[in-house]
Design a protein around this ligand. Sequence first.
Ligand code: KG4
Ligand code: ZN
Length: 327
Amino acid sequence: MLILGLESSCDETAAALVTGDRQVLAHRLLGQEAAHAPFGGVVPEIAARAHVEALGPLVAAALTDAGVTLAQVDVIAATAGPGLIGGVMVGLVTGKALAHAAGKPLVAVNHLEGHALSPRLADPDLDFPYLLLLVSGGHCQLLLVQGVGRYRRLATTIDDAVGEAFDKTAKLLGLGFPGGPAVERAAALGDPRAVPLPRPLKGAAEPHFSFAGLKSAVARAVGKHSPEDLAASFQAAVVECLLDRTARALAAVPEAATLVVAGGVAANRAVRAALEALATKHGRRFVAPPLWLCTDNAAMIAWAGAERFAAGLTDPLDMPARPRWPL
Ligand code: KG4
Ligand code: ZN
């Protein structure tokens, strides 16, 4: 079983070839950081045009890397949402065209399901159900992953996503774009106790997350502390909030033997280390995908396509793009 995956929902254009037995034969990715950097964030129109230019050559390159032709591909999987509508349409229409031309089935993948199932691509022993902390630029959720297409949302953010908080903090500190990795690098040079920052919803009876107040507190402290101390204090506050909320959820789902983290913010080493210690404390196994599989990529889309296809799920060629699409 050979699956071609396409991803274009935000600012990464990507194509990958993955087998049903978890081999990543090729994964190509082109980031658009340079195009968006002058604006301090992703500009949807620029992103969509860049996807149009990049996707065809990336698919061709991935096929060459894997040493296969389109005719040898069994399934085409493309992100159909959620994300920026222009970009999603580029990837989905490309996927439909390839599926139609090659006479192969199409699987329209929810980008969040790509993140949610990506840990199973990296770890063959990861069985359902597991507790997933999904932390990305657009989302911050705790999900009980019960099976393919079976997700029970236990918590979400009531304001900003956690990656968004990293990106806004980076902007406030003048650390550039994209913000997450820049904040992590600066934090390594600072004192996490230097700046007193709030821990929104820590200890709250409700299960959710909140990061807007933390971002505002950083904004008020800018100029009074070094960017390194601010970055370190911000990251420490984020980690504490994530741990508190995840600990609460772990207690609520004793059936989940494993704690899993996925999404772009899962690439953060402080976040990974803290969650691993939490899992150990609660007697659960901990799984985090390799760093390249945390941030947006097409291998996770191909893998979600493989899992959905194996479950008998395919989609018609008139499947619409869905800019908003909760799991
Ligand atoms: O999953 P992803 O690549 O795209 C979305 O689906 O949103 O996540 C991107 C987010 C961005 O907000 C980025 O700043 C954040 O993940 N991120 C990080 C790190 N690497 C990426 N945040 C903290 N530390 C990192 N090392
Ligand atoms: Zn993502």
